[in-house]
Design a protein around this ligand. Structure first.
Ligand code: IVH
Length: 672
């Protein structure tokens, strides 16, 4: 019994960490915030009931950081604080009271209000008028080096005339601001991604953060990132007010949001907040509130900070926008894995700058829980997801004679019976010949993260499957023999067919990990595919591996190993793999992909690791090009910590050195 619970706790920790990674590091969440919270709550509950399984490395112990492993860490000289939130008039007035009680009674307080841009905060360092480094906020203390990517932001000057304002010594200063993507550019980006069969970004914020952390600045530069700067900091300069700070930034050529205002009272602040809550849709970029700052820097210094946020500033957050509409129909969509999801087809309604005509209903349990029916009036809300969600049914408006929604028994596309796995809420179409599944799996196969076949997006795949030119993804490599049929199609000319053939030919060079991901094995995302490829080197080893061997790879759990077993046990999949091998796809790791993942990195070990001995850990680090030293210094790149760590951990934290676990180390070497 005890072991079972321990296993469950460990499984949940791994799963949550994986979603944390997808959300914070990759900006590509796979599950909704709601589902994520549910997992976390489940873990919290188990951990409270079983304190004997406590671990300082459980995701429940996380304060939240987003240090991506691929970008070098940067320690902020002055920590980047966050703001506490207020949500209504009363909380705003309490803030005003707190501020005034922290200052001599006779003093007047003025506030600067600024729009709270919904993006990602960064810091840039300028020395002698040149931009020398840029970093993300990270956890506030340590961020990531994004210098090259930040330089692609056209609005961020590469050089400034730092002698322009003689009364200030601006030979070295930092600016802080918010990187964002305009609503229009965001929509264009997602449209392009959808055409290429790639995952959509949930919102402009995620797309800005995902873009800033890309490895290739050339791609970043196409993303149309923009920035509003709201702070200048320097050891050599003391401004009188935040208002002056903004003016100077503007004068130096930085992009400052023009809507800031100086307010003489909290009532004026409230008026500003209400005004922008009303007008937010008219702006070309997203804002999620207003930032309120005490104007006088002297007063700011008197007030100081509490923990991670200043006493002299606060955010006023807008309410999520809601709208009421009618569900005209509930339809069921079939994804590439066969999962069947309900969608509410809505009477079109305008919400936060766009017209909404569909909302996701997640799964049948959700429909039952909220008792959602066709014909219902519902409140919808735009949250962090691409598609808005149904918050609740307006009960009193339910039409008489309405019937509870039923779960379909047969696939809405192919008509085969559906299957509901015992431990899941989802229902599945198991028919591998179902046209919806075929289309989904081919689109996934050709998507950029997988085989990257340009010209084989969703719309084209639809046509080719309907015309029987493709019945599975291996057929792609036989299209060459069907040139006449292709040219005869309305959408194709000679030239586009030629381009498509070239793209198909090129795809044969995609490395093993991409091929493995392209196969579309359930739960095997691009990260898992990368790790499996590196661990097993070729498909035959992977097929022969036991569940235990597969699960010994970091971050790979029973759901992946089970899914692999099931996939490889089906003859039709083995046949497809054989065909793909024949066409010349890579089912083996290339030689040069091994070796120096940790080049130039220095590690310090402390505490007992869960699996590795110290000697083994050292050997692994050195084999991958890294170095292990005995004591912590500014040059240490990572502290590898286990149970009961020593004082090295504290020292490292004080110096802002990132602390990693054994699992982290293993993932670092299993990534390129
Ligand atoms: S001032 C201590 N000003 O909101 C000062 N922040 O929770 C903190 N943000 O991390 C930042 N627009 O990402 C400030 N005009 C603005 C802002 C702004 C957006 C973001 C920023 C920060 C978060 C605060």
């Amino acid at each position: 019994m005890g072991d079972e619970i321990k296993e469950k706790i460990e499984r949940l920790r791994k799963e949550i960490e994986r979603h944390n990674y997808l959300y914070y590091v990759k900006s590509e969440p796979e599950i909704s915030d709601y589902e994520f919270d549910r997992l976390l709550k489940e873990l919290e509950k188990l951990e409270t009931e079983h304190p004997e399984y406590y671990s300082p490395y459980s995701p429940t112990q996380r304060v939240g950081s987003d240090i991506s492993k691929d970008l070098p860490p940067v320690t902020h000289k002055i920590p980047m604080l966050s703001l506490s939130n207020t949500y209504n008039r009363d909380e705003l007035y309490e803030f005003d009271k707190r501020v005034k009680s922290g200052l001599p009674e006779s003093e007047k307080v003025e506030y600067v209000t600024e729009l709270k841009i919904d993006g990602l905060s960064i810091e840039a360092l300028y020395r002698n008028g040149l931009i020398v480094q840029a970093s993300t906020r990270g956890d506030g203390t340590v961020g990531e080096d994004i210098t090259n990517n930040a330089k692609t932001i056209r609005a961020l000057p590469l050089t400034v005339d730092y002698k322009k304002i003689p009364k200030f010594d601006l030979s070295e200063f930092y600016v802080r601001g918010e990187v964002f993507i305009n609503k229009k550019d965001f929509e264009a980006l997602n449209k392009e991604r959808s055409e290429r069969g790639e995952k959509l970004f949930a919102n402009p914020r995620n797309s800005a953060s995902g873009s800033l952390k890309l490895q290739d600045p050339k791609i970043v530069s196409k993303r149309k990132l923009d920035i509003f700067v709201y702070y200048l900091l320097s050891d050599n300069v003391e401004f009188e007010s935040q208002y002056e700070n903004l003016k100077i930034l503007d004068e130096l050529g930085f992009k400052v949001n023009p809507n800031y205002r100086l307010n003489k009272s909290i009532d004026e602040v409230l008026e500003y907040c209400n005004y922008w809550e009303e007008k937010r849709n008219e702006l070309p970029y997203e804002i999620d509130g207003v930032v309120i700052k005490v104007n006088s820097i002297r007063q700011q210094n008197v007030l100081g900070n509490v923990a991670k946020s200043p006493r002299w500033a606060v955010a006023y957050k807008f309410k999520a926008e809601q709208a009421e509409t009618v569900i005209e129909k509930i339809t069921w969509q079939v994804g590439r894995t066969g999962v069947v999801t309900p969608v509410a087809e809505l009477k079109p309604v305008f919400l936060m700058g766009s017209t909404i005509s569909r909302a996701t209903l997640h799964n049948f349990d959700e429909i039952k829980r909220k008792d959602i029916r066709e014909g219902d009036f519902v409140i919808i809300e735009k949250g962090g997801d691409v598609i808005p969600k149904v918050v609740r049914v307006v009960g009193e408006k339910r039409p008489t004679g309405s019937q509870p929604t039923e779960s379909p028994e047969r696939c809405p596309v192919c008509g085969e019976p559906l299957f509901n796995p015992a431990d899941e809420v989802g229902i599945y179409c198991e028919n591998s010949k179902c046209p919806a599944r075929i289309k989904g799996s081919i689109t996934h196969f050709s998507s950029r993260q997988a085989m990257d076949i340009e010209g084989l997006g969703e719309a084209i795949v639809d046509v080719l499957v309907d015309k029987n030119l493709l019945t599975d993804y291996a057929d792609i490599y036989e299209l060459r023999n069907k040139e006449e049929d292709l040219i005869a199609l309305e959408r194709f000319g000679k030239k586009s067919v030629k381009n498509l053939f070239a793209a198909i030919e090129r795809s044969k060079e995609q490395p093993f990990e991409k091929v493995l991901f392209a196969l579309g094995i359930r739960f095997v995302g691009s990260g898992a595919a990368k790790k499996l490829a590196r661990a097993f080197k070729n498909i035959d080893n992977l097929m022969a591996a036991s569940n235990e061997e597969v699960e010994s790879v970091p971050d790979i759990g029973p759901s992946i190993s089970g899914s692999l077993k099931r996939f490889f046990s089906l003859n039709q999949n083995i046949e497809i793999i054989e065909r793909l091998k024949k066409y010349g796809l890579n089912f083996e790791l290339a030689e040069e992909e091994l070796g120096n993942a940790l080049a130039g990195k220095t590690f310090v070990l402390t505490g007992t690791l869960p699996n590795l001995t110290r000697e083994k850990a050292k050997e692994i680090i050195e084999k991958n090009g890294g170095k292990v030293t005995g004591s912590v210094s500014k040059k240490t790149n990572f502290i590898l910590a286990g149970e009961s760590p020593g004082s090295k951990l504290e020292k490292g934290k004080a110096l802002g050195v990132p602390v990693i676990t054994e699992d982290d180390l293993m993932s670092m070497i299993s990534e390129k």
